[in-house]
Structures are given as structure tokens and as C-alpha cells.
Write a protein that binds this ligand. Structure first.
Ligand SMILES: [Zn+2]
Length: 278
């Protein structure tokens, strides 16, 4: 089945992974900017990273027929350094007209600190000023519920960005309802250790339905499975769900969210399929 992985960090993956994703049906993916495993030292470190996201990865992906899209920001883990964060936010517009940029992300909170909140809000202002979509990271484990509430409160107070232009990622059982009821898109991350398993994601679809929900692998440099979306497809089939429902979650939903950016255009056989099925 053709699918889109809306959240995967390909700079951390090998070319073999691109080949595997292509063989499994991945036609497009999007790569949010994130933490490299160490704090970058300067705005030029981010400028180089954004060149990798907008120049190098699209070429690597295209070699396997996959369309590569990206999101730009300074990650919440580096937001404690407010002067550096502001330099990065001021530099991002250099890249916003690159053809694979969908918006600002993954912004959000990590330890739910005041500095993280300040930098989160300044990213929202950047997105609003440039009419960009927003992709949001919610914190892990014990910080998730409080962090998600803080993020939803800040978004509710920030009226310049409409809810349907925001995807709140890494939702779990105790946060998904709040995200959907406020009108945002919700992302479920299928991770082997800290986040949702394919079975838990399938349970959530059975409880909440498929509207405005996407699933992703968030594959990165840590323990993760870049093929987690196909694992979810298998789990849904095993439970007897219709192909049309599965396709809505893994293909049509991310496409509908991304298509709000003028930069998102599916080409090739997947694109033609979309044209005729509209
Ligand atoms: Zn991520």
C-alpha cells in the first residue's frame, strides 16, 4: 500500500533505509528539524543542517522515488539558550521558499520550562508571519500530559494560526482527546520503547476514528523503526479493518494536512492516483 511517513529523521538513517521504505510503499515523507544528540554551538551549525534538510536529503530520497519534505526550527532541547534560539528563528526565513519546506517544526516543549515556552511562542509568531504550517512535538513520558496542556493553552491564546494548520505529534491515550477536540491534527508515533506501539495506535483508531489522525515512525538516531508505519498497516489488517480505512490514515490524512502548504505536490504514480480519486 502507498503510504506517507509524516515524521521521520532521515539525516540519521542510511541509504539502505530509503531503499527499504520505498519497497514497502513509502511515496513521501516529512522530516522535522530536531536535536542532533548534542547541542549545536552556533547559528551556522543550524544553517548547515537546514541545507542538509533542503538540499541533500531530497536528493537521497529521490534516488528511490520518495518525495522528501521538511520542517525548520530550533528544537525544544536547545531552547534553553534563548539568544541562540532567536538567532536561528531570525535565520529560518532564508530557507522558507525552498521547494520542500512545509512549515515550522518540530517545535514544542521538552521539560516544560519557561524558556522553552518563550521560544515556542516566538516560533508560532514566525509561522504566522510567513503563513506556515506548524508541527508540534509533545514531551515524553511523565512530562507529556502537563506539556501537552501547556502547548494547547498557548495555541488557544495565539489566534493567528488556525487549528487545522497545526499537527500535534506524539499523542497517547491520555492526550489525544484534548488535541482532537481543540480542532488540531494528531500524530501517533510508533516507537519500540517510549511511545505508541502499532497495537496501541490501532486501539486508539478504534476508539477515536480516523479523522485528523496520522501515524509516523519518528525514526531517528535512537532506538526506532523506520518501517513502523507498515507495521501499523499489518496490525490494522490483522484486526480485519478495511483497506480504505487504513489508506485514509496512512496516505490521505497526511496528504490532506500537507496539501495546505503550496509546496506539497505528490508526483509520479501516487500523485496520479490522487488526481483521479478526488
Ligand atoms: Zn521527531
Amino acid at each position: 500500500m502507498d503510504y506517507i511517513d509524516p515524521h521521520i529523521h532521515m539525516v540519521s538513517r542510511t541509504t539502505d533505509d530509503y531503499e527499504t521504505l520505498a519497497k514497502m510503499g513509502c511515496v513521501a515523507l516529512s522530516e522535522p528539524a530536531f536535536w542532533a544528540g548534542f547541542d549545536r554551538g552556533s547559528v551556522d551549525g543550524f544553517r548547515d543542517y537546514f541545507r542538509q534538510l533542503t538540499e541533500v536529503e531530497p536528493r537521497r530520497a529521490a534516488a528511490y522515488g520518495i518525495q522528501h519534505y521538511t520542517w525548520l526550527c530550533i528544537n525544544a532541547k536547545e531552547a534553553e539558550n534563548i539568544p541562540l534560539s532567536r538567532e536561528v528563528i531570525a535565520m529560518i526565513p532564508e530557507f522558507l521558499d525552498r521547494p520542500n519546506v512545509l512549515g515550522i517544526g518540530e517545535i514544542g516543549l521538552n521539560k516544560n520550562t519557561r524558556n522553552e515556552s518563550i521560544v515556542f511562542l516566538e516560533h508560532l509568531q514566525l509561522a504566522a508571519a510567513h503563513d506556515q504550517l506548524v508541527l508540534i512535538h509533545t514531551p515524553h513520558l511523565e512530562d507529556k500530559y502537563q506539556g501537552t496542556r501547556m502547548i494547547l493553552d498557548m495555541l488557544a491564546d495565539f489566534r493567528e494560526i488556525e487549528p487545522h494548520r497545526v499537527l500535534v505529534d506524539h499523542v497517547e491515550e491520555h492526550t489525544i482527546r484534548h488535541v482532537l477536540e481543540a480542532g488540531y491534527w494528531a500524530g501517533m508515533t510508533l516507537y519500540p520503547i517510549t511511545k505508541c506501539t502499532p497495537a496501541r495506535a490501532a486501539d486508539l483508531i478504534e476508539r477515536f476514528g480516523p479523522e485528523r489522525i496520522c501515524v509516523n515512525s519518528a525514526g531517528d538516531w535512537g532506538p526506532s523503526r523506520p518501517t513502523a508505519v507498515p507495521d501499523f498497516i499489518l496490525e490494522m489488517r490483522r484486526r480485519g479493518h478495511e483497506e480504505a480505512l487504513i489508506r485514509q490514515i496512512v496516505f490521505e490524512n497526511p496528504q490532506a494536512f500537507f496539501r495546505q502548504s503550496i509546496n506539497f505536490k505528490l508526483t509520479g504514480s501516487a500523485g496520479r492516483e490522487v488526481q483521479t480519486s478526488r
